[in-house]
Write a protein that binds this ligand. Structure first.
Ligand code: GUN
Length: 295
């Protein structure tokens, strides 16, 4: 079985992006800038944000983290976003989700200027993706990272049956629509399964490419997978592990042990999709800089 090594691919990508950032600096005297807003102190979100900011700096971009208190009002958050929309040194704006309950996530998503929406969550970007204008939108980072992995591993996708498990706005909906596009790493027949799907294994067993993003540890077991399928595990679940240094370990939505005996290729957790999400965020920030500077 082939292990699809997202860690390695993301390192290759980061090196490529670093060279592009250097080139931007030579041409314009400036570098791409990403500003991340985090509201509250959720430890998992703080970890993700730290990692995103650190990786940005590693490739020579400017990254700024705005930490807002958990009681921040929707109005205050929108004003902060609008100031960044108008700041020419900011090329990418990311509002880390989830947000505290007094703030409507959709309202916050709508406030980000689509031309700086490096998460690809704004309906204008998702709409452009659905309509196939992939070069005129931001593709959300996790689906984009999966597309990149499939492409770099030369996985045959044209005409294949791709089953996406999960219909979240963050991953499932964009992923399914992306795999539907006439793109060289897509062009699939697509089925979407979700929490109300009856007899889910009937569908998953038909998948040539199975992409799982439902946030349930070990949900997909070997009996749910067709022999030779390519399995992409988007899940990052913390499960208690007293033997681990911090008391937990990360597992995916796929039972790795079992499914690796059936699949032809698979992404591990950690080290699969996760590092690719960050790499594509940097790629989108670079893309935004290039577009805003007419490069
Ligand atoms: N929360 C979990 N994943 C993401 C992501 O990719 N972007 C944002 N903004 N929030 C998240």
């Amino acid at each position: 079985m082939l292990i699809i090594d997202g860690k390695k691919v993301s390192l290759d990508l980061k090196n490529e992006l670093k060279a592009s950032v250097d080139k931007c600096k030579t041409i314009t005297g400036n570098v791409p800038g990403l500003t991340i807003i985090i509201v509250g102190q959720d430890p998992a979100s703080q970890g993700y944000v730290r990692n995103k900011a650190k990786t940005c700096k590693e490739i020579g971009m400017i990254s700024t983290v705005i930490e807002m208190p958990v009681e921040t009002t929707e109005k205050d958050l929108i004003e902060t976003i609008e100031a960044l929309n108008h700041d020419p040194a900011v090329h990418g704006i990311l509002v880390q989700l989830p947000l505290p309950k007094q703030i409507d996530e959709f309202t916050a998503t709508l406030a980000v200027d689509p031309s700086k929406d490096v998460d690809g969550f704004h309906p204008e970007n998702l709409g452009r993706l659905v309509m196939g204008h992939l070069d005129k939108c931001f593709i959300s980072c996790t689906p984009y990272g999966i597309l990149e992995l499939l492409g770099r591993y030369s996985i045959e996708t044209k005409g294949k049956h791709c089953v996406v498990v999960g219909r979240s706005n963050l991953v499932g909906k964009a992923m399914a629509n992306l795999m539907l596009q006439k793109h060289e790493a897509a062009n699939c027949t697509v089925t979407i399964c979700h929490s109300a799907t009856q007899n889910i294994s009937f569908y998953t067993r038909q998948a040539d490419i199975l992409i799982v993003a439902i946030g349930k540890a070990g949900f997909i077991t070997a009996d749910m997978v067709k022999a030779g399928a390519v399995v992409i595990d988007v899940g990052i679940n913390r499960i208690e592990d007293p033997t681990a240094k911090n008391g937990y370990r990360l597992v995916g939505d796929v039972d790795y042990e079992g499914v690796s005996g059936v699949a032809s290729a698979m992404t591990p957790v950690p080290g699969g999709v996760g590092p690719m999400t960050i790499a594509m965020l940097l790629k989108n920030t670079l893309l935004s800089f290039q577009r805003l500077n007419n490069l």
